[in-house]
Ligand binder design. Structure first.
Ligand code: ATP
Length: 240
């Protein structure tokens, strides 16, 4: 792990009332890489992403972007610095058109030419969204809404994307497509990605490094290929 981390969590802790959700979690996401954050239900994965997005307060520790502390910034300031979370599920604006949802992703930008070319890039990546650009988001299938949520995040021109279980609820074919899209965002748009996933095998296949959360603590971390071959990981998460 030689590369300088673009996004860095240093010993963060978080709690919901008396429930300690995270304890001393440290995670490094080097620029231009995909890092997987894995673990079973309730391990604290979503809480970790929400600490980065400042939707949950850290009770301890720091979050840094390119060395600068960001753990007290509001959501607009985070988006301006290039951190965008793609939430779990399909949180699109149902009563707005596909196009309006995408335009909203760029609400803090003023570079009209850049916005236009990013819209074209999103439509190239998701031809379905272009075909349906004037339809209400509510009329899209679940998978299409997931694509729209990603497209909207891309419209913010992020440096770092935080994905919360992007494959959840998708058919096996769409799961494959989802992982291809994540690889394309990484390869073509050079976006740095922190990926929370239940699908451990696919997540490790696209990632360079992985962390495993158990009961709010990092129990294991290492290069993705090493984790994929680790006996304990295979038994606990790959069902072998
Ligand atoms: P999942 O994969 O099921 O979403 P997760 O790894 O994302 O799980 P978190 O959602 O971060 O886990 O939850 C971590 C712990 O914090 C769990 O014990 C959960 O019950 C608890 N928790 C999460 N959100 C809240 C909340 N708003 N209020 C109280 N407890 C919460």
């Amino acid at each position: 792990h030689m590369a300088e981390a673009l996004l860095s969590l240093r010993s963060i802790s978080a709690a919901y009332g008396r429930i300690q959700a995270l304890c001393n979690v440290s995670v490094d996401v080097p620029e231009g890489e995909i890092v997987a954050l894995l673990g079973s239900n309730g391990a604290g994965k979503t809480t970790t992403l929400n600490c980065i997005s400042n939707l949950v307060d850290c009770t301890h520790g720091e979050v840094r972007l390119a060395g600068e502390r960001i753990d007290r910034l509001g959501s607009d300031a985070l988006v301006k610095r290039g951190i965008v979370q793609v939430p779990e599920g399909r949180q699109v604006f149902r009563d707005m058109s596909v196009r309006e949802n995408l335009d909203l992703g760029a609400y803090l930008r003023r570079d009209r030419a850049g916005i236009r070319s990013d819209l074209e890039a999103v439509y190239t990546m998701f031809p379905r969204l272009k075909e349906r650009q004037h339809q209400m988001a509510a009329t899209l299938s679940g998978g299409e809404q997931q694509m729209l949520a990603i497209g909207r995040a891309v419209m913010a021109r992020p440096r770092v994307m935080l994905f919360d279980e992007p494959s959840m609820g998708l058919s096996p074919l769409l799961v494959e497509q989802m992982f291809e899209i994540i690889e394309r965002l990484h390869r073509e748009q050079k976006i740095t990605i922190l990926l929370v996933e239940q699908n451990v095998q696919l997540a490790l296949a696209v990632s360079s490094y992985g962390y495993i959360l158990e009961n709010g603590e990092i129990s294991l971390h290492g290069p993705a290929a090493r984790l994929a071959n680790d006996e304990a990981v295979r038994r606990a998460y790959l069902g072998v």
